[in-house]
Design a protein around this ligand. Structure first.
Ligand code: SF4
Length: 364
């Protein structure tokens, strides 16, 4: 397909998506689905090629809060940056598919991709103070974002309407005295207030999906609980979808509907939150849960021996095998497929489960 034909095709799918959105919106609530399909992200550096996300598959449905957990450096933030087109070019290469309602974002032109991303997705970062501009008041920053969002939707909003919308958004994120907050600079607010402002800014474009990257890590424990409850309300009361990236199992347990566990760039297990905590299957997930300190019984938590691998020379087949207490010869020879265990959407990529192992051993 030549470039002109590709442009025409991508324009038509984007328009179709927006027409569908408009139709469903009028009929009462657009339903969307986002799917990462066999997604890989590779970085080229002087030390070689590092595949930091390796054939990740994950689905996000309407009105779901999905937690992505794993150690720092396991690829969860890179996966989200691939979605939002925030990876450095040309060092990062993305392969596979990111489908939004069947449209593959990776096959859109940069312009169409940007348009879809700005319309449907937004991100909340870990460091709320760093993500706000200290030279402008919160009001200036919100007015700018609301004005731009209005222009993209073909609307010229009056100053009074923008001010009213900014106040509404700050009330949505449960900030008292929003007029005072709008007159303030980020350094005059607490960490929790700044994070609420960041969430309000993310909401100002009315996104379908909010990607929250470690949004509570920099906050006090009591403020963490309030921010998590806010994300929960955005899903339950507004029907938005949230992808919550965190290294904390405690955080996902509080609010997530489903959890995806990542290890060394691979989604090794995915399940509903109650299922994952009641019946973890993958040895890495079991190890992660054993790392959580308890107040009773064995107070000192066990760790997982070893460290994340060097991504330029990762272990063969199952990337967890050098650290796994159950490793078998097949684990070093053939990558385990993700298999469904039960009928509740629990999937695990490990040779300990299913009858795939016998089939694979027969062909090794
Ligand atoms: Fe361990 Fe093998 Fe399962 Fe990998 S596939 S987690 S090495 S048992």
């Amino acid at each position: 397909m030549d470039g002109t034909a590709m442009d025409a095709r991508t324009r038509s799918v984007t328009v179709a998506l927006e027409q569908r959105e408009g139709r469903q919106g009028r009929e009462g609530g657009a339903q969307h689905t986002l799917r990462f399909d066999d997604l890989s992200v590779t970085f080229q550096s002087g030390e070689g090629t590092a595949r930091v996300v390796d054939r990740a598959t994950l689905e996000v449905r309407q009105g779901e809060l999905i937690g992505i957990v794993g150690e720092t450096g396991c690829g969860k933030s890179v996966l989200m940056r691939a979605l939002l087109d925030l990876l450095p070019r040309p060092a990062a290469r993305v392969a596979g598919r990111i489908e939004f309602d069947g449209t593959d974002l990776l096959r859109l032109t940069p312009r169409e991709r940007r348009r879809l991303t700005l319309r449907y997705f937004n991100m909340v970062f870990q460091d709320p103070v760093g993500s706000l501009n200290p030279f402008f008041t919160i009001g200036n920053q919100m007015r700018e974002v609301l004005t731009q969002a209005g222009r993209r939707n073909g609307q010229r909003l009056s100053r009074a309407r923008i001010q009213q919308r900014a106040v509404e958004l700050l009330r949505t994120v449960r900030l008292d005295d929003p007029e005072r907050v709008l007159r303030s600079y980020s350094f005059q607010l607490s960490g929790g207030m700044n994070q609420r402002v960041s969430i309000a800014l993310a909401l100002s474009v009315d996104p379908w999906l909010i990607v929250a990257d470690e949004p509570t890590t920099a906050l006090d424990v009591t403020v963490q609980a309030e921010i998590l409850s806010l994300f929960d309300a955005l899903v339950r009361e507004q029907g938005r979808s949230v992808l919550l990236i965190t290294h904390s199992l405690g955080v996902v347990r509080q609010v997530a509907d489903r959890v995806a566990v990542m290890y060394a760039g691979v989604v090794v297990e995915e399940a509903s939150t109650p299922d994952l905590f009641a019946s973890p299957l993958h040895p890495y997930t079991v190890g992660l849960l054993a790392c959580v300190p308890r107040l009773t019984g064995q107070a000192v938590a066990k760790g997982i021996p070893g460290t994340l691998p060097d991504y330029t020379a990762p272990p063969t087949a199952c990337r967890f095998h050098p650290r796994c207490p159950h490793a078998m010869p097949i684990c070093r020879e053939t990558r385990p497929p993700a298999i469904a265990v039960g009928d509740g959407g629990h999937r695990v990529a490990c040779w300990l489960y299913g009858d795939e192992r016998a089939r694979a051993e027969a062909t090794v």
